[in-house]
Design a protein around this ligand. Structure first.
Ligand SMILES: Cc1cc2nc3c(=O)[nH]c(=O)nc-3n(C[C@H](O)[C@H](O)[C@H](O)COP(=O)(O)O)c2cc1C
Length: 354
């Protein structure tokens, strides 16, 4: 490489070797790796019950960025999980807190006290006091955004990075695909690094989003089925068997009784959920149950269902949250193998394009 070539010129030249291609990948996600403090800009999306000390430390030790899912944990449990993760890795990792959690401020305090470097506030617009506490505590704040307008607002109020998650993702989802969100947001959001999520299973796809301006990617489903995941063998087997078209959003039968859209594998539970909705709506129409109680009954159907699937292994009645990327889970691999494979696929794609 001539010493006076600029980065821009180098990126238009054909990579002469795999090492050249790898350097190009490193330049493409440099903003992401600098922000996360990692070797590769691949985040392990927080997954309740799944993203605990073992998976999180495995992702960080593999060069990526693990994120603990706090879920419904209280401050003491979270403090213990952070300490246990720190015992397993010296690399950076984050903590994902749900904004609706009644002890949100205490949980932020736990993160700051433990020296957590990155806090993800998920599940709604983050409240001002929590945002201030993260920032005042010296941690970096990562937020999710479903639209450009909100992205700009979040950055103004203190977000240091954003995740845009398409409806292809596993778990709670919005209505818009990553393909569209990326076009709506990436060209117009230069202020902070943006990470893309939802349906990603291959490195060449990640590369395409980096070339559109993303700083990195977040994956959940592939890591959930990894050898380092504590998920029950039945849960992993269900992932191995499933195709993209088996991971469907939850169905809402009646607009008067909203159902939070969650993408997961179709099973007995998802079928029974339809029957329960139908029966509850009939009872409401017959005046046997109030609207509020009917709504609560529908909402309670899935209470504890993710734990039932992930920990107990009841993949027929539990909630087997999974993204459309589940079709790309073809064998149980270690996190390190997955990360290496993603990097290899992105690198090979750079070579092929040249
Ligand atoms: C089993 C499962 C549980 C999840 N739980 C959470 C969660 O608690 N909080 C959260 O912000 N996202 C959650 N997600 C979303 C992931 O963090 C990630 O953004 C998503 O899995 C990316 O899409 P992919 O599954 O296609 O890779 C969950 C996803 C899965 C598959």
């Amino acid at each position: 490489m001539p010493p006076d070539t600029t980065i821009l010129e180098r990126d238009f030249m054909a990579p002469r070797s795999l090492a050249d291609a790898r350097s190009r990948l490193d330049r493409l996600w440099a903003r992401g790796t600098a922000f996360l403090g990692t070797r590769v800009a691949i985040m392990g999306g927080a997954m309740s019950w799944v993203s605990e000390r073992h998976l999180v430390s495995a992702i960080s030790n593999a060069g990526g960025f693990g994120v603990i899912a706090c879920g419904s944990m209280g401050p003491n449990l979270l403090a213990a999980e952070i300490a246990a993760t720190q015992a397993l890795t010296a690399k950076p990792f984050g903590v994902n807190l749900i904004t609706m959690h009644p002890q949100l401020n205490d949980l932020v305090a736990v993160c700051i006290e433990a020296g957590v470097t990155h806090v993800v506030l998920a599940g709604g617009i983050p409240p001002g006091p929590a945002v201030r506490a993260v920032k005042d505590g010296g941690a970096k704040l990562i937020c999710f955004t479903p639209a450009l307008v909100l992205a700009k607002r979040l950055v103004k109020s203190g977000a240091d990075a954003l995740v845009i998650e398409g409806s292809e993702a596993g778990g709670h989802i919005g209505p818009v695909s990553l393909t569209v969100l990326a076009q709506e947001i990436l060209p117009f959001m230069q202020e902070v690094p943006v990470f893309v999520a939802g349906g990603l299973g291959r490195g060449d796809a990640i590369l395409a989003y980096l070339e559109m301006g993303a700083s990195g990617a977040q994956l959940g489903t592939r890591f959930a089925a990894s050898a380092d995941s504590i998920a029950h063998a039945n849960f992993k087997r269900a992932f191995l068997r499933a195709n993209a078209r088996d991971a469907l959003p939850s169905v809402q039968l009646d607009a008067r009784f909203p159902v939070i859209p969650v993408r997961g594998l179709v099973n007995e539970g998802t079928k029974r959920f339809l029957d329960v909705q139908a029966a509850t709506i009939r009872r409401f129409q017959a005046g046997e149950v109030s609207r509020e109680d009917a709504q609560l009954e529908i909402e309670h159907f899935w209470a504890g269902a993710l734990r039932r699937a992930v920990i107990d292994g009841d993949v027929e009645n539990g909630s087997v949250m999974a993204g459309q990327s589940v079709g790309m889970v073809t064998r149980e691999q270690s996190v390190q193998e997955i990360v290496d494979e993603l990097v290899e696929q992105a690198t090979q794609a750079i070579v092929r394009r040249a």
